[in-house]
Design a protein around this ligand. Structure first.
Ligand code: SF4
Length: 187
């Protein structure tokens, strides 16, 4: 007797490590990616300051991952190391050279984790933001490891993230993450 064709559920999905920058950005990203991949969230955001803001964003991202029933890994928080990485670029405007170094810091952690734990690819929720340049994110991501170029702001991703954030009553911050972006947002 011929073996039956495996159902869609039985087919093994490729393992994707998703760098999660915050709960709201993770919403539509997880919804879209888990249709095709076996997704694990990876929270690595040493850029966030002050520290209570870090814990608040982490709690919200973790809560949403639980709602979606996906595994969720939390990287160490080391804002001192992050400050060292962007040293000399503190005064750059948002979207400039400081941000590129910031992406590289977080994505290098995600790439290393993906490699060490047998993931097929990694990618990031950062590309869902209309304020962030996906071309730069993709270039930096590829330099770090097996990066999946998926522009999450496409297919109405950002709008859907707003919708889901409202539905799940997620905290939505009003600045990007670091103390420099916080100061810029308060000007
Ligand atoms: S503005 Fe955002 S992306 Fe740029 S350095 Fe600060 S936290 Fe990183």
């Amino acid at each position: 007797m011929d073996e039956p064709e495996p159902s869609a559920e039985q087919q093994i999905k490729q393992r994707l490590l998703l760098h999660v920058c915050c709960g709201p950005c993770s919403t539509a990203s997880i919804e879209r990616l888990r249709e095709k991949y076996d997704v694990t969230g990876f929270f690595s955001n040493s850029n966030i300051a002050p520290e209570p803001e870090y814990w608040r964003r982490l709690a919200e991202a973790e809560r949403f991952a639980k709602e979606m029933a996906i595994p969720f890994v939390v990287d160490a928080y080391s804002h001192e190391d992050w400050l060292e990485c962007i040293k000399g670029y503190e005064g750059e405007p948002e979207g400039g050279a400081r941000c590129e170094r910031c992406f590289a810091f977080s994505l290098s952690h995600a790439a290393a984790y993906a490699r060490e734990h047998g993931f097929d690819f990694y990618t990031t929720t950062l590309s869902i933001s209309p304020h962030k340049d996906s071309t730069t994110i993709f270039r930096v991501g590829r330099e770090m490891g097996p990066f999946l170029d998926v522009d999450l702001k496409k297919q109405d991703g950002f709008r859907r993230s707003l919708e889901l954030s409202r539905e799940y009553d997620l905290y939505r911050q009003d600045y990007c993450g670091c103390e420099f972006s916080l100061a810029e947002s308060r000007q």
